[in-house]
Design a protein around this ligand. Structure first.
Ligand SMILES: NC(=O)c1ccc[n+]([C@@H]2O[C@H](COP(=O)([O-])OP(=O)(O)OC[C@H]3O[C@@H](n4cnc5c(N)ncnc54)[C@H](OP(=O)(O)O)[C@@H]3O)[C@@H](O)[C@H]2O)c1
Length: 316
């Protein structure tokens, strides 16, 4: 993200970068004077936007809340935090007249939240179904190819798909957090991710996966939700899918999402999910959106200034 921001000095001026260990060598090199080891001190510097990519709950929550309260826009990729705190942080953003944006929190290069918001703007949605976790795709495909579950998880780690502790991916918690954000984007209010029933891919055995592969069928961890008279009903579970099913197609870091509108229209999206570059693209999409609105604000301000000048001249 830093490399992309520094490449557009016409749009963005980076006023500081906070990391945990400022002594660590970085690629790209952070320009002198920008690096700091204290994110709270960084918030003392001037900025219109704060980009939070620390991860975890604290100090990320406290820093985002402070930035919003200071009247700064915030862009974050922190799905785990937002799945718990979206309501409170969105309200804080609204009270301070700023935006809280988080395109990178779901789907990486797949603009999942935006697509759901757009579809919902055309009328109510009937259902959502997505493959939202690349680590699970990778492990399921390795098991289908004959690896044991433990070998497949170790390979996912070596390939950079899985975190050191991949539990949140494999037990479906990460997918439930993302589904909770998608339901919110669909206008479905707040469905806490812990209340979404979930079964992870750790519940599958290798013999079942190998047998399905021989039959040309694919297992995927599917996060799905339907609108009912009582609200949204949601779940995360492994499903065995035929090869031509849209949710069977993504492999590796691929993500897919099927959005069904109440009028029967179906929107299907597929793109690379997590990973350094897809996540960077999603963060930059939020920043470009914000910079578009600064353009509008600058034009408005110029027009207001001109109008004020005209009124003054008129009064004189
Ligand atoms: N990577 C992905 O594919 C992906 C996809 C979607 C969303 N996300 C989200 O993006 C966020 C970041 O993920 P990541 O994979 O980039 O994590 P990461 O590689 O661990 O990077 C985190 C960065 O934040 C800094 N940091 C962490 N805690 C800090 C603290 N207390 N004070 C100051 N700096 C701190 C770290 O500094 P040091 O370098 O000094 O340790 C590091 O530069 C997470 O919320 C994650 O869920 C990531």
């Amino acid at each position: 993200v830093l490399a992309r921001l520094l490449a557009r000095p016409d749009l963005f001026q980076v006023t500081g970068v906070a990391v945990r260990n400022p002594g660590t060598a970085r690629i790209p090199t952070v320009p002198r004077g920008l690096l700091c080891g204290d994110p709270a001190a960084l918030l003392e510097r001037p900025a219109d936007v704060v980009v939070e990519l620390l991860g975890g709950r604290e100090p990320a929550r406290e820093l985002i809340a402070r930035a919003l309260a200071q009247g700064r826009h915030v862009v974050t990729a922190n799905k785990a935090l937002l799945a718990d705190e979206l309501g409170g942080l969105s309200a804080l953003a609204a009270r301070n007249g700023v935006s809280l944006r988080f395109a990178a929190a779901v789907g990486g290069a797949l603009p999942a939240l935006e697509a759901v918001r757009r579809a919902a703007a055309h009328g109510p949605l009937r259902s959502l179904a997505g493959v939202l976790n690349g680590t699970c795709n990778f492990v399921l495909d390795r098991c289908a190819a004959g690896d044991s579950y433990a070998e497949a998880v170790a390979l996912a780690r070596a390939a950079g798909y899985a975190e050191a502790d991949a539990t949140l991916d494999l037990d479906g918690a990460d997918s439930a957090q993302k589904l909770s954000l998608l339901i919110h984007a669909a206008g479905g209010g707040s469905l806490p991710w812990e209340e979404i029933p979930r079964r992870g891919i750790d519940s599958l055995d290798e013999a079942t996966l190998a047998r399905s592969a021989r039959q040309g069928r694919t297992w995927r961890l599917v996060a799905s939700a339907e609108r009912t008279a009582a609200g949204w009903s949601a779940r995360v579970q492994p499903l065995e899918l035929p090869p031509d099913h849209p949710l069977a197609r993504p492999s590796g870091a691929g993500n897919a999402l099927v959005i069904e509108r109440a009028d029967g229209e179906i929107v299907t999206l597929e793109a690379r999910g997590a990973g350094r570059w897809p996540t960077t693209e999603a963060v930059m999409a939020d920043l470009f959106d914000l910079s578009d609105s600064w353009g509008a604000l600058a034009v408005e301000t110029a027009a207001e200034t001109a109008a004020a000048g005209w009124r003054q001249e008129g009064a004189a």
